[in-house]
Design a protein. Structure first.
Ligand code: IPE
Ligand code: IPE
Ligand code: MG
Length: 230
């Protein structure tokens, strides 16, 4: 089967906690394994020539988790950014972020800004992390920005609105994947997924990699996208 490769794949990485629980490990160990799955996924996307990969990494709702889990997630992110920056440079990976990252701990924010700056000329893939991200929050922040910029009601179109979203300049994802069997959007990319194809799979995120990505691409390649036409 010929695979149809999307320009942009978005993933709701879910099931780290359940993956750990099944093995009698604690949730943080699930997140640690989740980082390895991220690296395998970027690798596989590079191999397939995907141009944008957006990963739901920390939602505006995830602050409800225990302080211990939240700080472990921040720590893992911070360590991974330091550890993999040389790899990003070597392989042409450009880091971008969406979400209200100013609310992240200062040390994480500084590292994100550093890696975004260092990688800004890399052009093989945009590795886009959704951090303190909520679809509704993004839409509200965009609305505030465009009001502050003095955009009038008659000037406002979908194209203008998109320029104020965190995702400005990126194509909408053609494919949205969610692991761990859940079939909900959980406040991810509400605007951008209006016509995305949705692939849900039972496997937990730490088990994700090239094989499951290929399976999702096969599923996607068999879809007929009609966009309301016939
Ligand atoms: C996804 O795994 C990672 C994040 C949301 C940060 P979960 O931590 O949600 O794992 P489950 O859903 O509890 O199994
Ligand atoms: C969505 O997963 C958020 C991320 C993957 C970062 P959650 O596990 O937080 O979502 P719900 O609570 O199952 O909807
Ligand atoms: Mg979950």
């Amino acid at each position: 089967m010929d695979l149809n490769i999307p320009h942009h794949i978005a993933i709701i990485m879910d099931g780290n906690g359940r993956w750990a629980a099944e093995r009698g490990l604690d949730r943080v160990q699930g997140h640690t394994e989740g980082v390895s799955a991220v690296l395998r996924t970027v690798d596989a996307c590079l191999g397939y020539g995907v141009q944008y990969l957006t990963l739901y990494t920390f939602s505006t709702e995830n602050w409800k988790r225990s302080e211990e889990e939240v700080s472990s997630l921040m720590m893992l992110l911070s360590e991974a950014l330091t550890k993999y920056l040389p790899d990003f440079m070597e392989r042409g990976i450009r880091l971008k972020t969406i979400g209200d990252i100013d609310a992240l701990p200062d040390s994480v924010l500084a590292k994100l800004e550093h890696v975004r700056e260092e990688t800004k000329s890399n052009d093989k893939i945009v590795f886009n992390l959704a951090l303190n991200y909520g679809g509704r929050d993004e839409i509200i922040r965009a609305s505030r920005k465009l009001i502050d910029a003095g955009v009038s009601s008659t000037e406002l179109t979908e194209e203008v609105f998109e320029q104020y979203l965190d995702s400005a300049g990126m194509p909408d994802p053609e494919l949205l994947i969610r692991t761990s069997g859940e079939m909900r959007v959980s406040n991810f990319l509400l605007w951008q997924i209006s016509y995305s194809e949705f692939v849900c799979m039972q496997e937990f995120w730490p088990d994700f990699g090239k094989d499951l990505l290929t399976k999702a691409l096969q599923d996607y390649s068999g879809r007929q996208r009609r966009f309301g036409g016939r």
